[in-house]
Design a protein around this ligand. Structure first.
Ligand code: FDA
Length: 403
């Protein structure tokens, strides 16, 4: 005989825990099933161990999705301030790092403890190290009550509501699986193609050879791709490029797409070079660029992309068309990415369960009553900076209030 609940939540990450809390607070009997040996592993590793748990500037414009309007309702009804209220109620100290990004002062363990304490107060039952063998829709038979029957290594459970919160494919070493997508397909849902997002880009051939020994060099840039632009640091890595501006733009990049990197963000490169030509005509080009960019990077840029052996020349010796060409390269550095580092290092998975088949107010399936999808498994992906957790909290809260 299966044990019955009002709702079964699959996945004890950010979205699943929030959903369980919201439902439990409403007096619902909730079971949360997690196949790893503990809940919230991604929360623990997030934000360098300090969890960037939300962003005070969250708006729907900070998300990618096949339907850009889908996230609006849930985000409006559970805002960053709702989560901050919970954080403050639990006495967790936090600070804003930059651009509205809130981090714990001490440790992301505090966020997991807070969520577990809230689950306990709401009467949520949590089964960890519990693997799901199969999920069956109800047949109305006498043996099992409820609409969904979940067979696990800890026994059989049933409930009229099933919430899929099993996350995306990023960091398989942390327990990520394609389970949620498979379940969605099992119930007739469309799953939009998935790919790694917020991920370092790789270079190959000449591009990689030219930069590999500069690994570790970081500089502020504006990186653009497919109409999206992000100003922040870029980091040269052994395999390519990373850093916040590149991670952000990687979510908009697809193989073959052109990347545009402005190496002098906020400056007009031509005006800057012309001013230098007037003010310091005898200075070498590579010397003046070495004052605007990290020295080793400026030197390599001159050797390979700008002027080659001419970079030792005084800046006064460059004529107007040459200066224009150099400025153009500085403002639109033509770097060709060959790929991404993939799910192994990606922070998120783009694509997923098609939002057209879900209610934007409750996250409930339009195909199968009682079935819900929340968090990263859904085709809603945030920018870097606390937006993904905010989506997990908001979508979890929406479903938790509807089950
Ligand atoms: P999440 O992946 O958190 O949880 C899914 C859960 O389901 C996991 O516990 C998994 O083990 C479980 N599961 C999977 N298959 C299962 C099955 N078959 N049965 C049972 N359980 C199953 N975002 C942000 O806003 N701020 C930040 O600072 C960071 N930092 C960050 C760092 C790193 C290294 C990564 C990889 C990611 C981030 N993110 C982030 C992104 C953020 O972690 C992510 O968007 C949320 O965790 C998504 O929450 P979910 O609950 O949807 O999935």
């Amino acid at each position: 005989m299966a044990e019955t609940f009002d709702a079964i939540v699959i996945g004890g990450g950010a979205a699943g825990l929030m959903c369980a809390i919201a439902a439990g607070r409403r007096g619902k009997r909730v079971l949360l099933v997690e196949h790893a040996n503990r809940v919230g592993k991604k929360i623990l590793m997030s934000g360098g161990g300090r969890c960037n748990f939300t962003n005070t500037g969250t708006t729907p414009a900070n998300y990618l999705s096949g339907n850009r309007h889908f996230c609006k309702s849930a985000l409006a009804r559970y805002t960053p301030w709702h989560f901050i209220e919970m954080v403050e109620r639990h006495g967790i100290a936090y600070h804003e790092k930059e651009l509205g990004q809130l981090f714990c002062d001490e440790s992301s363990k505090q966020i997991v403890k807070m969520l577990l304490d809230e689950c306990a107060a709401a009467g949520v039952r949590i089964e960890t190290s519990c693997s799901i063998e199969r999920v069956q829709p109800g047949d109305g038979g006498a043996a099992l009550s409820g609409n969904f029957h979940v067979h696990t290594t800890h026994g059989a459970f049933s409930a009229p509501a099933l919430v899929v919160a099993s996350g995306g494919l990023s960091i398989p070493a942390m327990g990520a699986t394609g389970f949620g997508y498979e379940l969605a397909r099992q119930f007739g849902h469309t799953v939009l193609p998935t790919r790694a997002g917020l991920v370092p880009l790789t270079l190959s051939g000449k591009h990689q050879e030219r930069l590999a020994d500069l690994s570790g060099v970081a500089l502020p840039v504006t990186a653009s791709c497919n109409g999206a632009s992000f100003s922040n640091f870029m980091l040269v890595t052994h395999r390519g490029i990373s850093g916040p501006s590149i991670l952000q733009v990687s979510s908009y990049w697809q193989p073959g797409d052109e990347l545009r990197i402005d190496l002098l963000p906020g400056l007009d490169a031509l005006e800057t070079l012309q001013a230098l030509q007037r003010e310091r005509p005898a200075a070498e080009l590579k010397t003046v660029l070495g004052e605007l960019l990290p020295k080793r990077f400026a030197q390599r840029l001159c050797e390979v992309w700008l002027t080659g052996p001419l970079s030792n020349r005084p800046i006064k010796q460059f004529n107007a068309p040459q200066l224009r060409e150099i400025a153009e390269t500085l403002q639109h550095w033509p770097l060709v990415a060959s790929g991404t580092e993939g799910y192994r290092t990606a922070e998120v998975t783009l694509g997923g369960v098609d939002t057209d088949e879900l209610s934007s107010t409750t996250m409930q399936s339009k195909r199968v009553p009682g079935l819900f999808f929340i968090g990263e498994v859904v085709d809603v992906t945030g920018w870097l900076g606390g937006y993904n957790f905010q989506w997990a909290w908001a979508s979890g809260h929406a479903a938790g209030n509807a089950v």
